[in-house]
Design a binder for this molecule. Sequence first.
Ligand SMILES: [Zn+2]
Length: 764
Amino acid sequence: MTGTHVALPLIALLALVAGPAGSAPQPPIGFTPARGAAELAAERRFDTRVDRAEMGRWIARLSAHPNHLGSAYDRTNIRFVKSLLDAWGYQTRIERFEVLFATPKTRVLEMIAPRHVRAGLEEAPVASDPVSRQSRERLAPYVAYSIDGDVTAPLVYVNYGRREDYARLAERGVDVRGKIVIARFGEVWRGIKPELAAAQGAVGCILYTDPQDEGYSQGEVYPAGPWRNATMVQRGSVERIALYPGDPLTPGRAAVAGARRAPFATLAQRRHIPVLTTIPTLPISYGDALPLLRALRGPLAPPPMRGTLPLAYHLGPGPALVHLKVAFNWKLTPLYDVIATLRGSERPGELIVRGNHIDSWTSGAMDPHAGTVAELEEARIIAQRARAGTRLKRTLVFAFWDGEEAGFIGSTEWVEAHAAELVRAAVYICTDDTGRGLLSVAGSHALETMFEQLADAVSDPDTGVSVTARQRAHARFAPEDVDVDADGDGVHIGALGAGSDWTAFLDHAGVPSAYIGFNAETLWHSAYDSYAYVTRFSDPGFRYSAAQAQITARMTMRFADADVLPYRFGAFAATMQRYERQVEDLAAATGDAIAARNALIADGAYRSASDAVAAPALPFVAPALEAPPPRLDFAPLRASIARLRAAADAYDRALDAALSSSGEAARSSRRRFAAVDALAMLAERDLLDARGLPGRPWYRHQIYAPGVETGYSAKTLPMIREGIELHHWTAARHGITVVAAALDRYTETLERAAQLLGSGSRER
Ligand SMILES: [Zn+2]
């Protein structure tokens, strides 16, 4: 899935990077000075072994044919990747699941008034790109997990289809009940759009790419340039992943053969599957959208809601009358994850899990294979290192996930199947598509300090400066491109929502997780995500796939080989302070906004602003008055965070002291460090609450979650923040108690771990 350039929280790493240039390198976090120097030398050797030509050949091979979940070529790729891992000496296995997948059977979109236009719904082949001609093997443009349906209704344009867009429409007197909406891609995850449209009473949903967001307004279009052309369509999943990702029929349980499943054979049964859309939904190109939008009348869309097609953006409804019919092949589909293991020499019970997906919507040269080959290259070189006699302390698991595009299915089912072992997983390191662009990093904030340290050691291929220096420079001239999570004390790694395979690891199982990737350009999920596109535009020379391997391998090797797991809890505590301030400010701002709107309603401002004479008319309709929110008491949360801050700083200091004074041969320190690991890796689990989030028990993490109405992007302190945003005040108040309790558990774990670390000084 991903599409990181629009969807994921972007990096950080801007301000706080490691020591001044030229000074002796600090040992990596978690290493004694002597072992740290050896680790840095091993990383430099890794860099010299990266073989870009081989990575390019793998991309060409993996993307030679469409390779979606359930396709023959996906199976071929899975066997190929397994054979490589076997040859390199890994213990490999394929884990099979059986999951509900929907492929397109019928797609009809036509305007039947004021004139008849039938949408083409196909992506035009491009002469310079042979893969674009494989339309028979490829899944036609569609979204997976739309419900089947056949509707005819007037059309309404709803901009990005967010809650605020519907509020704006209501203000203009436009009602979408009984209508088909057309929403543009962008701003929030695509699956939110049909869900919100249905909640507003719409009966169908059309999604299209506006050229303002990803087409000719951004640059030359394919094949002249890397941007979306007039026939290109973004495929994707519209599974309601904010409820749960993975197999739609088996939430919380592994979808193994013979598992108990919800029935799905009839339309009536499918209507009971909570993660399918409730209205038929179809994605189209801007070429197909143009005549539909041009036929709309009614109020003009307010200026921020207008795209850049050559027309006046009216909201409707109608007179455009649209017929939308979609039907799908609903099948239990076999899914195959490739799992390769390299047993640790000293703490084999501790797992370091590294993964990228292997399935694609189309041929997927960029998404996922530019990322898949980075992981393969890491696995190849790390195996060489092991054969040369340097085994890593902890057990490494390289996973290649199938069925990610449909809703992170391969990773989710695997996490659900292996929940018991994953209690011993120290980290999940996730990548996905990658290519030329800025580095994007997000994850558990106990990993933030480590990221800063390791990313500064890797050069940006285009500029030769470190990837973090490039970030800093870019932010100076074009801060709008760097969607940093910043306030007051600098910029930070982003928080994870739900955009790729980390979701089950972090949000369901509480495994500390990281996502690393360079932001590639914009042809993902289309017929043109091809080898030709990668070599011409997204990563000529495969240099960014190589840089991704370098960064990710550093993280993987440091986690696998550190004397003590390289967490740094001070950064986590500081982040919690930041989030706490944010939700307090949000509560105050929300109260102010409600009061201001109530005052406008009382003053009759909506009536006075309306202009019925203009053509088109400019109506303003007053919303209903809303009761002012209750006061929320954040004091318990502030107190928990103060205790957390003290415990985190104490742990970080104790770790530095223990590592700098420890003789590496001392068996007693090794035993003690293993015990510290066992505790420290459990801290993230303390942030889970078995009851889950309100209305979505699968999501247990109380600090990070995908937004109910944003999807990909994260809501931190979700119960509190979404309670305030959605005006669910009781949930927000309850959230303060739940989050404070989770942080108290975390604090207690850190205190015990710090005590263990400190006990070494008394031993000697
Ligand atoms: Zn992907």
